[in-house]
Design a protein around this ligand. Sequence first.
Ligand SMILES: Nc1nc2c(ncn2[C@@H]2O[C@H](COP(=O)(O)OP(=O)(O)OP(=O)(O)O)[C@@H](O)[C@H]2O)c(=O)[nH]1
Length: 385
Amino acid sequence: MIEIGLAGKPNAGKSTFFKASTMADAEIADYPFTTIEPNVGVAYVRVECVCKELEVYPCGNCVEGWRFIPVKIIDVAGLVPEAHKGRGLGNAFLDNLRQADAIIHVVDASGSTDEEGNVIEVGARDPVEDVKFLEEELDMWLFGILKRNWDKIIRRIRMEKRDPAKYLAENLAGLGFDEITIKEATRNVDILNVSDEDLLSLAKKLRKLRFKSVIAANKADKAPEEFINKLVKIGAIPCSAYYELALRMAAKNGYIKYLPGDEDFEILKELNEKQRSLLEKIRNFMKRFGGTGVQKIINKVVFEELNYIVVYPVEDENKFTDSKGNVLPDAMLVKKGTTARELAYKIHTEIGEKYIYAVDAKKKRRISEDYELQHNDVIKIVSAA
Ligand SMILES: Nc1nc2c(ncn2[C@@H]2O[C@H](COP(=O)(O)OP(=O)(O)OP(=O)(O)O)[C@@H](O)[C@H]2O)c(=O)[nH]1
C-alpha cells in the first residue's frame, strides 16, 4: 500500500489531519477509525468509479459513484529545528520518513505557532519559513548520512572497482533510493571527487527526487489571506483539518450527509445553536475553497506527485465481475507505466508467473503483455495459475 508521511512542526495540526483523514464511515471502510498503530492509519483517495461509464452503476463497491481506495498515513513525530542533529524527536522523525513514499507537509498557514510549535498570535510567523525549514532539515539529514559514510563508500568503489552510482544506490537502499534516482541525482557529479559543498547539493537533489511532497496550508480557516496566497503560489493547498474532522464526526453521528471530498453537506437532524453556527462557518469555508482541502491533498499526493492511476482487475470481461459475481471488486492503484504483465504480478506472484494473456474488458480486446495500463482500465488476466 502507498505510504504517506505527515510531517510538520509541533502544533501545525498533524494529529488533527491524521484523525480527520483516517476516520472513515462504515460506508467507505469495513470498520471505522482505521488506525493500525497509534501513528499509522488508513486514509483514502477518492475517484469516480468506472461503473457509471460501464453502465453497471451502482456496482456495490462504491459510494454513490465514488470509489475510496486505501492508502497508509503515518503521523510522523513533530519536527523541531535541528532535528537532523537528534534534537527533539529528530531521529524518530527522520526514521519514520524512511519508509514513506511521499510527504504531506502540514504547515500552520495562520502563522500562529513559532518555529518550535509554541502558540503565538495569528499572523506572527511567516508559514513559508516552515516550508523551507522542513526542506533544510531533510537536506541536512541526508547530507549527514552521506558525509558519515562517504569515505568508506569511495574506498569500496575504488577497491572493488564498482560502478559508483550502482554502489551508492545499494548503500542508500534503506532510505528508499533506487539506482534510477541515484543516477539522475549524480549526473554531472564526479562521485569520486566531491567537496562538502558538492555533497550538500547532492543531498538536495536526492531529497527533491525521493521525497515528493504536497504542502497542506492548514488552519486556512483562520489564516490571513496574504499567507494563503503566498503558500498557494508555491503549490500548497489550503485546508482545514479541523473542519474536516468536525464534518466526519457530524456525518458519523447522523447529523449531516457528507462524503470526504464533497464540496458541501446536507443537514439531516435538528441542530443546536453551537452546531449550527460551526457548520455555517464550515459551509462558507467550503464555498471559498471548494471543500475542506483534506481530500484534495491526499489525491494530489497520489495522482500528481506519485503518478498513480486506477485500474480494475476482473475475471469476467462481459459482466465486469470476479468469479463470485462481485461487480468491479477491486480498484487498484498502480504506477503510471505499469504493464499488463506487471499488473498480473501485483495481483498475485503466481498469476504473474503463469500469465497467458490479458483482455481489455472495455474494448473486449486482447492486449499485449507490455501494454501500458491507462487510468480506469478494466482488465482481465488469463493465467494458468
Ligand atoms: N483553526 C484550526 N485549528 C486547527 C486546525 N488543525 C488543527 N488545529 C488546532 O491546532 C492545535 C494543534 O493541532 P494538533 O493536530 O494537535 O497538532 P500536531 O501538529 O499534531 O502537534 P504535535 O502533536 O505537537 O506534533 C490544536 O489545538 C488543534 O485543534 C485547523 O485546521 N484549523
